[in-house]
Ligand binder design. Structure first.
Ligand code: ATP
Length: 297
């Protein structure tokens, strides 16, 4: 018997970052959107905890106790006073260290998959708290759709989305470390007062009405200058997508994946084609949004 859970990637259409807190994290006002790129986590009975991974980026995924899926299995096992005996296989399609919450997706997927395999029946209302212990983005990977994230991103308010938005993702060679991007943000902000981050009402309204032009006008990522300072070539990627007709271009989360919002599916295909031949990224992916969170298959 085995259990498979499908989990989406995310893009932050708003990422407002506040000053560093005493615990080292930053307060955020972020709007998460789940996008149609997925990992699948399959849990199978085993004598001990074991992780395997397949997919184009599999070589970059740690298979030891540091894997977020392994940490999720241990956390759930501890919670229920049992041994984390499970083989977790990750079929990875979400770019690794790309600012699309791939590791967080696997953590949410592993939690749901192990809970079903072990019959531990954790109440659905308790899962977000377990997810938050694993990482700031993990509760959203569980929830999916669209949500406002506050605190360090783990305090979620679901948002309505009134249509389908079409995205192109330009995947870079190599990843960027999220902590390194936040350190660069702090360096760049050293000589100014960083305001408390506030949700954008105009952006939330654009999502609710499904207005792609309004969404494009209000999209933003405070981490973008920091990501560009560490990877200046991303400016060329953003420019190539904009020149090809994207309505908005931004670094996804902490990068280095760049996200392009297109007017419709056919415009997205054109942007993807132009990016693929631009020489400014490793590969491109098309994905609609929103999409559901972690789902048992
Ligand atoms: P975020 O957008 O949440 O900041 P990210 O998409 O930039 O995350 P991840 O793909 O989650 O980055 O990977 C970040 C690092 O986490 C990787 O470099 C890898 O070493 C480690 N990692 C641990 N578990 C996983 C996993 N299951 N999948 C991918 N990376 C993992």
């Amino acid at each position: 018997m085995s259990v498979t859970v499908r989990v989406p990637a995310k893009v932050n259409v708003q990422l407002a970052v506040g000053p560093p807190r005493a615990d080292g994290f930053h307060d955020l006002a972020t709007v998460f959107l789940a996008v149609g790129l997925h990992d699948e986590v399959t849990a199978t009975p085993a004598d001990a905890l074991r992780i395997t991974c397949s997919g184009p980026d599999a070589a970059q995924v740690p298979l030891d106790a540091s894997n977020l899926a392994a940490r999720a299995a241990r956390l759930l096992a501890d919670r229920h006073g049992r041994a984390p005996e499970v083989h977790l296989h990750i079929a990875k399609d979400i770019p690794v260290a790309g600012g699309m919450a791939g590791g967080s997706a696997d953590a949410a997927g592993a939690l749901l998959a192990c809970d079903a395999l072990w019959g531990t029946r954790t109440p659905r209302s308790e899962l977000p708290e377990l997810c938050a212990e694993l990482g700031s983005d993990v509760p959203f990977s569980l929830l999916g759709g669209a949500a406002l994230g506050q605190g360090r991103g783990e305090r979620l308010t679901p948002l309505d989305v009134g249509g389908t938005f079409h995205w192109v993702f330009a995947v870079a060679d190599g990843g960027l470390s999220t902590p390194a991007v936040y350190r660069a943000f702090d360096r760049l902000a050293a000589d100014r007062t960083v305001p408390h981050p506030e949700p954008s009402a105009a952006l939330i309204d654009a999502l609710r009405t499904g207005d792609v032009h309004a969404l494009a006008a209000h999209i933003g990522n405070d981490l973008q200058p920091a990501a560009l300072s560490l990877r200046p070539s991303l400016a060329d990627t953003l420019a190539a997508g904009t020149a090809a007709g994207a309505l908005a271009a931004l670094v996804s989360g902490s990068g280095p994946t760049c996200a392009f919002l297109a007017a419709d599916a056919s415009s997205a295909a054109k942007v993807a084609e132009a990016l693929a031949t631009s020489g400014t990224c490793r590969t491109t992916r098309l994905a609609p949004s929103p999409t559901p969170g972690a789902t048992l298959l």
